[in-house]
Ligand binder design. Sequence first.
Ligand code: 13P
Length: 257
Amino acid sequence: MRRPLIAGNWKMHMTLADARALIKDIDQRLGQLDGTSDVDVLICPPFTLLFPIAKAVADSPIMFGAQDVHEESQGAFTGEVSVEMLKDTGCTHVIVGHSERRQLFGEKNDRFARKVRAVTGAGLTVIYCVGETLADREGGKTRQVVDRQMSEVIGPDVPADRLVVAYEPVWAIGTGKTATADQAQEVHGWIRGNLASTFDQATADRIRILYGGSVKPVNAAELLGQGDIDGALVGGACLVSEDFTAIIAAAAARQLA
Ligand code: 13P
């Protein structure tokens, strides 16, 4: 069985003081829960917090990662951060291809393909995000869009053991609208099929596919109960320790069941 991963994407939230308080609270709550040693827990704060957070999580099971990276190793790229710089912080994961990068910053699949290779080539794990817009879904194009986001970025040269995929339907992000468990499972199944044709079935069966888009304590158990949903990429709810740990608890309960 794939080990669940519950990842919190902090986006552009949290100052240092807030971050320390949040981590302390999450850590304390995790200590009181059963089964959390069977769940991977990750937080992805803004770049500026990575170094202090490395210290703050040092004695806890919480892993940390970055929300983005530049594809080049160094150079005249004002405002950007390379994967080697991220490695310096001790982080283990990097999110690539988030829909906010696609929609608000105009980044495209060719760039994500390079970022994925930069991250995995440096030995870090990439969380590559895909997902359709509302227009795509209503136009019956979900499968086509997601397949393309996968095929144009993930090739057999990507080390599968450093790859996590996150399915985040754009219409469900920050809107309070969640895909139903059936809708999410359907797309996760397609993604796993896509991974099987890129790699092979046994490899595809090892890769974790997370669901993201208004994951909350109230819907986490049902989503995580689906066969191809191996965890969650959580936005808003990860900023509230009670909610984030409740989602982790849902993943732990699934493992204990
Ligand atoms: P919300 O959980 O706030 O919908 O955000 C999801 C997301 O974009 C995580 O990367």
